[in-house]
Design a protein around this ligand. Structure first.
Ligand code: NAD
Ligand code: ISE
Length: 335
């Protein structure tokens, strides 16, 4: 059985998803793409033997599209995801689910009204071998009772349009999701601390930043965001438990020892660091669809992460601790 996929948005990650679905994922074929940048859409369509469609609405409604990947800019995700739910088509929606929690709730309401899960969020870290090992060590008692965590999330550089708030809504949203998942708990409050700005930060941009998450169970997570660190892409964390710690490092690469130095490459970007996780995420999604199941990070997870990002943006603006308030969790997401 081949799942026929339509991809909305053929920018950086949309084009990567098309390539993976076409060349690596078993049981999928990309039949349709749409992007407002029509030339790029056409180029990407050609590589996959697919066709570019005149609008995302036409793609969602097409008879030769069984499932949809949404890889357009975040604010467009709610309308596009709701259209997929309405058409009865499963969707892998890139993060963030929405730009605001109220927009995220629109998707949640549509899915709950439909009575079944259609949406999987693109929180691919949950498919990364390193994070899976960390979760296992937290669950099996190896480090005792997990108490706190320290995380860093550094990008070498970001595009000019990237503003301070986007460090929270676009980058740290992954951290918000992964620590909810690792601790199996919601975030109760967030505080964003001002840090001395890097001289290389864009004008008016507060970079780096530190966010402190207080989990509902009392655990505390400190997260550094540094989107102009210059030297590479660096995502690490350490969980501290009552008996020991577990750390996620960059994947090991070849070590060179020469001239009195020992050196190792740092990943250049998220594309290379998380390549295997993206493939596992897509293969898991397609395998689930072939079995009639939508699993993985849910609309609830997308909503919760967006609500934390929203609280973080408020904390960033006001310089104070902000509580994260969520609506009651619908039964659809309680398993
Ligand atoms: P991008 O700017 O490279 O691509 C976005 C594409 O969407 C562009 O080609 C743009 O022309 C297109 N677009 C704009 N309006 C559109 C519309 N109305 N309908 C369809 N397409 C439209 O950005 P990107 O880095 O590929 O990010 C896309 C999404 O994926 C964002 O939500 C981003 O946060 C997310 N993302 C996730 C990861 C991850 O690790 N999971 C990594 C990168 C990006
Ligand atoms: C990017 O959009 C991603 O989603 C990456 O996974 C993340 O690490 C990076 O910081 C974002 O800008």
């Amino acid at each position: 059985m081949t799942i026929r996929v339509g991809v909305i948005g053929t920018g950086m990650i949309g084009a990567d998803h098309v390539t993976r679905l076409t060349t690596q994922v078993v049981g999928a074929a990309v039949t349709a793409v749409f992007d407002v940048a029509t030339e790029r859409a056409q180029q990407v369509a050609t590589t996959a033997n697919a066709t570019a469609r005149p609008s995302w609405e036409a793609l969602v409604g097409a008879d030769d599209v069984d499932a949809v990947v949404i890889a357009s800019p975040g604010p467009l995700h709610p309308d596009q995801a709701i259209a997929c739910i309405g058409a009865g088509k499963p969707v892998l929606c890139e993060k963030p689910l929405a730009a605001t929690s109220s927009e995220a709730l629109r998707v949640l309401a549509a899915e709950v009204a439909a009575g079944r899960r259609s949406v999987q969020l693109g929180f691919m870290r949950r498919y990364d071998a390193g994070y899976l090992d960390v979760k296992a060590a937290m669950a099996d008692g190896t480090i005792g009772e997990p108490l706190l965590a320290h995380a860093i999330h550094r990008n070498a550089t970001v595009p000019d349009f990237f503003r301070g708030e986007m460090s929270l809504t676009d980058s740290l949203v992954h951290e918000f999701d992964i620590f909810r998942w690792l601790f199996d708990a919601e975030v109760a409050a967030v505080t964003v601390l001002p840090v001395k700005a890097s001289p290389l930060a864009a004008e008016g941009m507060r970079d780096p930043q530190v966010a402190i998450l207080q989990m509902a169970g009392g655990e505390v997570v400190t997260v550094e965001s540094f989107v102009n660190c210059q030297y590479g892409y660096d995502v690490r964390c350490e969980i501290v438990g009552s008996l020991g710690t577990v750390s996620l490092d960059n994947p090991r690469t070849t070590v060179v020892i020469a001239g009195g130095r020992r050196s190792e490459n740092v990943p250049a970007d998220w594309q290379s660091r998380f390549a295997p996780a993206y493939t596992r995420e897509l293969q898991g999604w397609i395998d689930g669809l072939a079995a009639g199941v939508v699993g993985g990070p849910s609309t609830w997870d997308g909503y919760a992460a967006t609500a934390i990002a929203e609280a973080a943006v408020t904390s960033y603006a006001k310089g104070e601790r902000v509580a994260v308030r969520l609506v009651d969790k619908p039964a659809l997401y309680t398993d």
